[in-house]
Write a protein of this length. Sequence first.
Length: 87
Amino acid sequence: MKAVVTVVGKDMVGILARVSTACAEKNANVADVTQSILDGYFCMVMVVSIEQLTCQIDELEAHIKSAVPDMVVHVMHEDIFNSMHRI
């Protein structure tokens, strides 16, 4: 099982480190990540394995948000993500 994590906001030092640490603290393993800086805004999409997650997905989202409070964070189970993007 996987989840998709998106993080967007003003660029600053340490965003990837903070988000990765928050995931690790809840036993979500980072499987893949892409990030870019667009006109001073940090944009990241991360896929995390949640097979051994120690909390619910909404709790993981809240934990990540607390690690990067100035960012917009969304965490979505892969099944919901795939259903939303199916033609």
